[in-house]
Design a protein around this ligand. Structure first.
Ligand SMILES: Cc1cc2nc3c(=O)[nH]c(=O)nc-3n(C[C@H](O)[C@H](O)[C@H](O)COP(=O)(O)OP(=O)(O)OC[C@H]3O[C@@H](n4cnc5c(N)ncnc54)[C@H](O)[C@@H]3O)c2cc1C
Length: 573
């Protein structure tokens, strides 16, 4: 047990981490009338959330129901039960479904954290009770100028996800910006977006038209500022402080000084999980060895470690320990390394295929990023599909872009020179350069091309799923997800498994209270976001499957903290 004596500050609730989970807990606790402090390790707010797609999978949220009244929480429950099978944790599933609409409605009514629905299919829409219109919402775009000095604190998106020196571009804006002269409407829209950005750049280091994950965090920051909730930057959690069985605060590092912050109601761990902790990865993810993560570099397992030290338990009953995407890495001549995840922008388009070391396809390439990597692991016995190779032809690369090579505009030779892209005039020489069997690759592409012409993927059913078609190209027929690969030169990019977050972490109950080895809640200690084992149990049923539960269980934690149940029996100060 720690000596909790060097009191520096006292609040009702101490929140550790400023991603979606931490900021939701902080905002809801504050709205409930509690005095809240957020401590954040880095100099910026937002963690992985700020650089994410910002989608939340939240069945029953009003925005979803209004747009798709037939897609209700009951259907979502059946869909999830089918997805999870025996991995389901009924208490967490019930808690999630009950609180999803409540949490989103609460945030929308009581703060500027507001969302909109847009069609985005479940990743297995064809499964029983799956939905082709989905359950996902995204933060409404936000004007970063409203943040004032907090704008500099908002973690920017990754540079490679922006254009023109810091401009964010929405999914539906890409086709317009790539072809601004396609119609008068496209031209005016382009003029509006680029003009606004040009004006921004006179005053700000990047564009202030904030979208997706950056808009989400901006909305939290704006709402927290209005409520005078403080965020202490560069103030990492070091240890929890437990007295008489109850967590009564935490030690943080403030400018090199270890100081104690007491929390009358409790501490919420939301430090983003273990993606960048080699030790915890080795212990908790032994069957999924991997090198790369797109999670925030601060997500080093600090919350999990601090809780383990005071007797918390890990919930190991997840089907797989991470959320995955295939990723490529551009190692530039100047030593810079840029990691790129192949979400759907290229993988989902017609005319790309993926092969393993034998030169054969092993997956429906247009399935979700998560399913793609699980197929790499499954097929990867002996390292066959790790790494794998994405292959396309010149027409594809120019039209849709390929990894970090942007459509239309990018010069290809620097990518080839640095070995990021492999280029060859013939399929056979491409095979030689990749070190895969020539005949196998030639046969694979011949079959793919033939299937593209008939419109039926004879091996993996590419184009038969709602998600495939959603990300395909409606102008390509008969299958919007397949096009012959026959226009040389040919290109390949090598991809590896990369985490975008982790799914294994602390054991918690339905109100996000951290459990000990006996399954008993540790008084005063809560955890949410990727610090906990996901309610989704390692499955990825649809877009927003990590941020949805992060927000919903943070909401539950804060509501519990505000209830009488969280009141200490005797004052802890
Ligand atoms: C490119 C990309 C796109 C994605 N898109 C989506 C999407 O659209 N929908 C979806 O559901 N998921 C998405 N994800 C995954 C999702 O972003 C993460 O799962 C989610 O943001 C995790 O939220 P969090 O609050 O748990 O952690 P984070 O957002 O990572 O925040 C954790 C914070 O805790 C801080 N911290 C760490 N240690 C300490 C400490 N000792 N003391 C104080 N602070 C600490 C970190 O610095 C960080 O700021 C995406 C991920 C990536 C990489």
């Amino acid at each position: 047990m720690k000596e909790c004596d060097s009191l520096q500050e006292q609040v009702d609730v101490l929140v550790v981490g400023s991603g979606a989970a931490g900021l939701t807990a902080a905002l809801v606790a504050s709205i409930e009338g509690l005095d809240v402090l957020v401590v954040e390790k880095s100099a910026h707010a937002g963690g992985t959330t700020a650089t994410s797609g910002g989608s939340l999978w939240v069945p029953g949220a009003a925005a979803v129901l209004d747009a798709t009244p037939d897609v209700d929480s009951q259907r979502a429950r059946s869909y999830l039960q089918h997805e999870f099978g025996t991995w389901v944790r009924p208490d967490l599933l019930d808690a999630f479904l009950e609180a999803s609409p409540l949490a989103i409605d609460y945030l929308s009514r009581n703060s500027e954290v507001k969302f909109a629905y847009a069609v985005n299919p479940d990743y297995h829409a064809e499964a029983p009770f799956g939905s082709a219109t989905g359950h996902a919402i995204t933060a409404v775009p936000f004007d970063g100028r409203l943040l004032g000095e907090d704008f500099a604190r908002l973690k920017p998106p990754r540079r490679v996800f922006m254009v023109l020196g810091g401009m964010m571009v929405g999914r539906r804006e890409i086709p317009i910006l790539v072809r601004p002269f396609a119609s008068p409407r496209a031209f005016l829209r382009t003029l509006g977006i680029v003009g606004r950005h040009a004006r921004d750049r006179l005053r700000y280091p990047r564009g202030t038209r904030l979208l997706i994950g950056n808009a989400l965090v901006a909305r939290y920051l704006y709402s927290l500022r209005r409520r005078h909730v403080r965020i202490a930057y560069e103030t990492p959690l070091v240890d929890l402080c437990r007295q008489h069985g109850r967590v009564v605060g935490a030690y943080v590092d403030r400018a090199g000084q270890r100081v104690l912050i007491k929390a009358r109601r409790g501490v919420v761990l939301a430090a983003g999980g273990i993606a960048h902790s080699q030790t915890l990865r080795t212990t908790l993810m032994p069957e999924h060895p991997h090198q790369y993560s797109m999670a925030d570099e601060g997500d080093t397992g600090d919350g999990v470690n601090a809780a383990l030290k005071i007797g918390a338990a890990v919930d190991r009953s997840v089907s797989n320990p991470a959320y995955w995407s295939p990723a490529s890495i551009w190692r530039k001549r100047n030593g810079e390394e840029i990691l790129w995840i192949h979400g759907h922008m290229d993988r989902g388009k017609p005319g790309l295929l993926a092969v393993d070391a034998s030169g054969r396809r092993f997956v429906n390439e247009a399935d979700s990023y998560h399913d793609f990597v699980l197929a790499m692991f499954r097929n990867g016995g002996g390292g066959r599909a790790i790494p794998a190779h994405l292959i396309c032809d010149h027409r594809f690369l120019r039209k849709y872009g390929f990894g970090l090579v942007r459509p239309l505009i990018s010069r290809i030779s620097p990518f080839v020179r640095d070995g990021y892209v492999t280029r060859a005039r013939t399929i056979e020489s491409l095979a030689d350069r990749l070190g895969v069997d020539r005949t196998a690759l030639r046969d694979t592409i011949a079959t793919y091309n033939n299937d593209a012409r008939t419109g039926v993927d004879s091996l993996f059913g590419r184009g038969s799923r709602a998600l495939n078609r959603f990300n395909g190209d409606p102008d390509v027929r008969p299958n919007p997800c397949m096009h012959p690969v026959d226009r040389p030169p040919y290109y390949a990019i090598t991809v590896w498994p990369c985490t975008i977050g982790t799914t294994i972490g602390l054991a918690t109950d339905k109100d996000s209270r951290v459990l000990d080895d006996a399954g008993v809640p540790i008084d005063g200690l809560y955890a949410c976001g990727n610090d906990v084992s996901s309610m989704m149990r390692g499955f990825y049923p649809g877009p927003g499957a990590t941020l949805g539960p992060a927000v919903v269980f943070a909401y539950r934690a804060a509501r519990h903290l505000a209830s009488d149940a969280a009141r200490p029996i005797a004052p802890s100060d």
